[in-house]
Design a protein around this ligand. Structure first.
Ligand code: ADP
Length: 295
């Protein structure tokens, strides 16, 4: 199973070029699509999910032409959109049964087994009779995964799934996602580097509708080793450092500004060499496109 995206472009009617000649090869397993807000992630996810058409380009799931055979794709697809509406008064059990029915699981007993299994899997069995409107953010996202898993999809798309979750909810969600079968293509779209670091064996970084990097997180990390330096400075000195160095990120730490820069050679001037991590990889690429201080 492999998803192959070639030369995908989309310009919205207001002139925004959301996808600019995107080509990606997405193998089986968990694939992280990382990019800042406005990068084009949702546009790409909705296009793969057959909900909108690009202006040009192609998408294939193995031999299947995603842009032409939409119905065949929908039968194989599990999709957790960024904002999905929940009927507040319907309970999880009834809703999942309804979705299973729509996805063609005909037999009532079969559906009951399927729904019970999914509810156990996402740890919502004991809450199955409660209205969806009473669920916390983490419970909503777990319900979202359960509905995406109905019908054993071979392609699963989750768009910004951990935004707004507290750390323990995020952990539960990570555990759940990591259990999804090996024989599935799972695309996780996120602006949170930790999501990709924790879960994904392959990744891409996109920004302003373009692919800046694709590969394995470890390859990205290896490529920045020996190039990342940090220094704690006073906030007022930031502009001076931005003029002199390639600043990739800043963090406020105990009232001082912790600066990370990328440099081929030792910059001296009190900078300390540090091991590069995936956040450095991300900011290294992004900072060459947009101002790293404003994202
Ligand atoms: P992301 O999911 O990475 O935040 P989006 O795909 O939502 O990015 O958006 C990419 C760009 O396209 C943004 O500049 C956004 O404002 C714009 N955009 C998204 N949807 C529409 C739309 N329906 N009409 C016009 N512009 C849009």
């Amino acid at each position: 199973m492999q998803l192959t995206i070639k030369n995908l472009s989309k310009t919205y009617s207001n002139g925004v070029k959301a996808l600019n000649d995107i080509s990606l090869t997405i193998p089986q397993g968990m694939f992280g699509l990382l990019g800042p807000n406005g990068a084009g992630k949702s546009t790409l996810m909705r296009t793969i999910a057959t909900l909108q058409d690009p202006d040009s380009g192609s998408i294939h799931l193995d031999q299947l032409d995603v842009l032409k055979d939409k119905q065949a794709v929908r039968e194989r697809l599990g999709y957790l959109p960024q904002d999905f509406g929940l009927y507040p008064r319907i309970n999880a059990q009834v809703m999942l049964d309804h979705i299973a029915q729509m996805k063609g699981v005909g037999n009532k007993a079969e559906r009951k087994d399927l729904v019970d299994n999914l509810l156990h899997k996402v740890n919502l069995f004991s809450h199955r009779k409660k209205g969806l409107g009473t669920y916390s953010g983490g419970m909503r996202q777990r319900f979202g995964i359960a509905q995406a898993l109905v019908g054993n999809p071979s392609l699963i798309i989750v768009d910004e799934p951990t935004a707004g979750l507290d750390p323990s909810e995020r952990n539960r969600f990570y555990n759940l996602l990591s259990e999804i079968g090996e024989n599935t293509v799972v695309i996780l779209s996120t602006h949170i580097v930790e999501d990709v670091n924790t879960l994904c064996s392959n990744m891409a970084i996109i920004c302003q509708g373009e692919v800046l990097m694709q590969g394995k997180p470890a390859e990205g990390i290896a490529a920045v080793q020996g190039k990342i330096y940090k220094k704690s400075i006073d906030k007022t000195e930031l502009d001076k450092y931005r003029n002199e160095y390639q600043v990739i990120s800043t963090k406020l730490l105990e009232g001082k500004l912790s600066l990370r820069i990328e440099s081929e050679t030792d910059p001296g001037a009190g900078f300390i060499a540090v091991p590069g991590d995936l956040e450095d990889v991300y900011f290294s690429y992004i900072s060459k496109k947009v101002d790293p201080i404003t994202i």
